[in-house]
Design a protein around this ligand. Structure first.
Ligand code: SAM
Ligand code: SF4
Length: 331
């Protein structure tokens, strides 16, 4: 599938729930966001049907996310069924890691090999504050268990917020130096109700990179696999076991090479993370007996709605808004 701006669309991110066992301050309000009932979210069979059709249209990679995907019951069986879909070359998972310790092995047995774990602080009190109650030790045990289970790569996502965890860049660089992990520094994006909020200030990845480079010698990975066609710039740490990556949604927009679609938990196919206008409801069609060719047409229509970029959404007070939070879209 090629969109109007000559981008090949081959990657689908699937949010299987908008619920979460954490309440990260930059992602969710403290009371949570989920008002969706059981019947409002797509059933696993419905997601699998969309994936099978999307594969026929050219999707080769999927990432399962949320909310927190591991809190939805049946997730391991669902991932295993996803692995049986012909034509998918890459299935990965993004999790906050809170209940990963007990699920790492079953997930590996279900065929998942690539996992991203979000971890914004290594300091227990700070982690508890940013996640509103999370226990960092559980995440660290989950990461260790994933390593023992055989996951590779293990990517650790760190959203860097000025004045909050920017003092930990060195600690995260050491984590990547001493372990076979890829630690990815992600610029905070103002989205949802935080769009005009000044409390969370993003730190540019150029600044973060200079800080890491002061402590470790970084060797760029230029191979295609390094970025996996994605927006991260990846570096090996000279003499270390792991890598660091920099994802700069704000300072270096990667819209021109964006290959993604998103399927939200409530069954909307979305062409751009930040564009609320680029969504199509799939669920109603699925539940009113639509044909596969109708679903194909909906996918084609969404591709035509993919905007050139999301620059219109970033400015403070921007005319165009993205009202949905990352957790409800599927980050
Ligand atoms: N709950 C899972 C987790 O935290 O990994 C998966 C969903 S979460 C929405 C996916 C990723 O989006 C996480 O790495 C999270 O840090 C990131 N994220 C959420 N809100 C963000 C924001 N405003 N800016 C940048 N990244 C954000
Ligand atoms: Fe939950 Fe992930 Fe959002 Fe944190 S970032 S509140 S873990 S969905």
């Amino acid at each position: 599938m090629i969109d109007a701006f000559q981008r090949e669309i081959n990657y689908l991110r699937i949010s299987i729930t908008d619920r979460c066992n954490l309440r990260c301050v930059y992602c969710m309000p403290k009371e949570g966001v989920s008002n969706l009932g059981h019947n409002d979210i797509l059933r696993y069979e419905e997601i699998l049907r969309i994936v099978r059709i999307a594969v026929q249209k050219g999707i080769t990679k999927v990432r399962v996310t949320g909310g927190e995907p591991l809190v939805r019951s049946g997730v391991v069986e669902f991932l295993s069924a996803l692995g049986d879909v012909d034509g998918l070359s890459d299935i990965s998972l993004t999790t906050n890691g809170i209940i990963l310790e007990k699920l790492a092995e079953p997930l590996y047995e279900a065929g998942i090999r690539r996992i991203n774990i979000s971890l914004d602080s290594l300091i227990p009190d700070k982690y508890r504050a940013i996640t509103r109650g999370g226990d960092v030790h559980k995440v660290l045990r989950g990461i260790e268990k994933s390593r023992q289970a055989g996951f590779s790569p293990i990517k650790i996502n760190v959203v860097v917020i000025k004045g909050f965890n920017d003092g930990e860049i060195e600690g995260f660089a050491s984590l990547a130096r001493d372990n076979p992990y890829q630690v990815r520094f992600i610029e905070y994006m103002p989205i949802g109700e935080n769009m005009d909020n000044n409390d969370f200030q993003h730190l540019s990845n150029d600044t973060i990179r200079s800080e890491v480079a002061r402590r470790c010698s970084l060797i760029p990975r230029e191979d295609a696999q390094a970025g996996n066609g994605g927006p991260a710039r990846i570096f090996r740490i000279d003499g270390g076991l792991g890598e660091v990556g920099f994802i700069s949604a704000m300072s270096h927009q990667f819209c021109s090479s964006c290959n993604r679609l998103r399927l939200t938990a409530d069954g909307r196919l979305r062409a751009c993370l930040l564009s609320d206008e680029s969504e199509i409801d799939m669920k109603t069609s699925l539940r009113t007996g639509c044909t596969d060719s109708h679903l194909k047409e909906l996918i084609e229509r969404v591709i035509t709605m993919k905007p050139r970029g999301h620059q219109d959404y970033h400015q403070k007070g921007a005319r165009k808004k993205c009202v949905r939070t990352m957790s409800s879209i599927g980050g």
